[in-house]
Ligand binder design. Sequence first.
Ligand code: CP
Ligand code: NVA
Length: 326
Amino acid sequence: MLPPNRSSVKKDFLTLAELSPQELQFVLRLSAKFKKRRKKMAPASHLRMRTLALLFQKQSTRTRLSFEVAISELGGESITLSMSELQLGRGETPEDTAAVLSRLVHGIIARVNSHEELVRLASASSVPVINGLSDRFHPAQILADLLTLQERKKRLRGLKVAWVGDGNNVCNSWLYGAALSGIDFVVAAPRDYRPLEQAVREAESMTKSTGGTITVLEDPIEAVRDADCVVTDTFVSMGFESDREKRLSVLMPKYTVSEELMSHAKRDAIFEHCMPAHRGEEVTSGVIDGPQSVVLDQAENRLHTAKALLCLVLLGKKAQAIARSL
Ligand code: CP
Ligand code: NVA
């Protein structure tokens, strides 16, 4: 359950480092309960009379749908707006936008080009702000990735997870998720595409209390050796399209997750990818469409983890009572 000192002050979720190891475990437990419960089709009213604004500066399939469905199934309302519909898109400041939204809605989920803009939005908001992906972090994705890993391996602590490829926004949040869970996390990335140094340092310091390890190296075979899970993501994230040719020339084929690369992991290793995927670039179709791939479980788990996250962030300690009731 949640640590006893959890207060009801506004809780943002921008990187994943905001959660304690106990809160992360709680979110995963609550997600699993929501997942089981969904089969019963029982109506829920945990977010009754609560409305969330979903702001998107970039495209989305999974993030938008999982949060909208989660809010709806919890009895709340959502309003999704793209930049072209918001005054933010024609120059209103993030501070004014956040202050106004704080008077109108109970929470904000935002997918933004620049993480700094998200931080400005969160600083000026008196309601919780959830990161729906920024150029630097994608924490909501990692909740689903961890739940999927836990379902398959029945634990997280002591597992070895290998990230192969671009040390991008998803990788940066994985660093925190792995460290909080006591996972041995190894990143294999070319020198120019390593994860954020600050995230690496902070994750390393988190492992002191959780027992995990963080390693960043260049050789994908060394990273994948005896791994329980191999993870990758696109080599060309949204906003980095102009760098596409250079990225593909540096990352392919060395960092493509192929059947050959997977053969260095444990025999029962799983393959994760947040999607959208680019077959023939960061992963072969043999791997992503093969027996080790759990990518559709990850996509489904976005919904169950979104529900648990919303309860934690919006309802604070009441989330414990919800967990007990499920
Ligand atoms: N994985 C993920 O966040 O997908 P979308 O870009 O479709 O939301
Ligand atoms: N790293 C990818 C993730 C997409 C869900 C991107 O930012 O485009």
